[in-house]
Design a protein around this ligand. Structure first.
Ligand SMILES: NC(=O)c1ccc[n+]([C@@H]2O[C@H](COP(=O)([O-])OP(=O)(O)OC[C@H]3O[C@@H](n4cnc5c(N)ncnc54)[C@H](OP(=O)(O)O)[C@@H]3O)[C@@H](O)[C@H]2O)c1
Length: 342
């Protein structure tokens, strides 16, 4: 990367954007090459960049001009405007939102799964990323698909409130304090109180559908990713908002095409560099969101099957939604894109 190459981090004040800055700093990208952007609300604020700090600028198409790489950690409606503008201005663009995940013209890239898509020819200068739950589910299912074939995977995702960004985090903090003081809080960021509760709705429902957009996203994104492998397991399930802050937990029931002993299932999972297998239940070793903080791998364990239905394997996984589920995907994808000829 040349010394005058500029990386714009848009959404730098958010849950994902802050982790993007931390990941760029950890890769020794000098502060002079990184610019932080947000909305009008955060213009002029300072965000941490290792020992340094960066002043937040207001993101507009004009302000992003001159950046070689634009990493978007913004709401989908903001990405819909800024991504095409930055692309037209000649930047490489990576978007973490759902804005382009259903657009067949924009490559959907999951580092460590289809990184090769970044070296292939494609139209435009923009790619997008899957969500955090799809990231975890695809990394767990893929080694099983390679070893046994997979027909489908049913999952329940227990999603920490940071999936709704800084607003979600602030809401659980306030609701917990209110409830501990005997006050019944009003929900704002979520459809119901999430404090000391579980809400089986994450995001809105799809039009004329019983599935939420979050749940529909898992099926759509995983189908797009697996289509390059010629075998598309159906991945579907229920998203539940839970009263924890960071990290998601996933129970997965995976239907193998050819049953194998649980030991072989565990061995297949261990072949994936994207996974860390934590599976010694007798010693109370298994994945938990609190163990996965800032870990670039997805944790998986509690591997088991019924003798009566050995083709169905049940597992539990945990992923750091902000880092592995978004920020690391943004940074790894962006830095690889930046290696492409201009
Ligand atoms: N959180 C996760 O677990 C996760 C995982 C995967 C993907 N994602 C996706 O990543 C994106 C960011 O999520 P997040 O959780 O980081 O959200 P967040 O905490 O709410 O942060 C949103 C960021 O976008 C900025 N922003 C909002 N409106 C803007 C505008 N008009 N112009 C420029 N910047 C604007 C905000 O800046 P201000 O501070 O100025 O408002 C803030 O920096 C979303 O699309 C989300 O779906 C999130």
């Amino acid at each position: 990367m040349k010394d005058d190459f500029q990386i714009a981090v848009v959404g730098a004040t958010g849950v994902v954007g802050r982790e993007v800055l931390a990941a760029l700093y950890a890769r020794d990208i000098p502060a002079e090459q990184v610019r932080a952007f947000g909305s009008e609300r955060s213009k002029g604020l300072e965000v941490e960049y290792g020992e340094d700090s960066l002043e937040v600028e207001r993101a507009t198409p004009e302000a992003l001009r001159g950046a070689g790489l634009v990493l978007l950690a913004t709401p989908a409606e903001v990405s819909r405007t800024l991504a095409p503008a930055a692309q037209s201005a000649g930047a490489w663009v990576v978007d973490a939102s759902s804005a382009f995940r259903g657009d067949g013209n924009v490559p959907l890239v999951l580092p460590g799964f289809n990184t090769e898509a970044l070296s292939a020819a494609f139209k435009g200068r923009m790619v997008c990323l899957p969500g955090a739950v799809t990231t975890a589910a695809v990394h767990v299912v893929d080694p099983l698909r390679r070893a046994f074939g997979v027909a489908r995977a049913q999952l329940t995702a227990l999603m920490g409130v940071s999936s709704a960004g800084v607003r979600g985090v602030a809401e659980l903090e306030k609701q917990t304090a209110d409830l501990m003081s005997g006050r019944e809080p009003d929900p704002h960021a979520f459809p119901h109180r999430v404090g000391f509760n579980l809400v089986p709705q994450v995001g809105g429902f799809m039009v004329n559908s019983p599935w939420t957009e979050e749940e529909g996203g898992w099926t759509l994104e995983s189908a797009r990713l697996f289509s390059s492998r010629g075998e598309v397991p159906v991945i579907a399930g229920t998203a539940v908002q839970v009263p924890s802050f960071y990290g998601h937990g996933l129970t997965l029931n995976v239907q193998l095409k050819k049953a194998g002993p649980v030991e072989q299932v565990r061995a297949a999972l261990k072949t994936s560099p994207a996974l860390k297998v934590l599976d010694a239940p007798g010693e109370r070793v298994y994945p938990m969101p609190m163990l996965v903080t800032s870990d670039p791998t997805v944790h998986v364990g509690r591997v088991r099957a019924f003798p009566q239905a050995p083709e169905w394997v049940t597992l539990f996984a945990a992923v750091d939604n902000a880092t592995r589920g978004a920020a690391l995907n943004l940074v790894e994808t962006g830095l690889k894109l930046a290696e492409r000829p201009a």
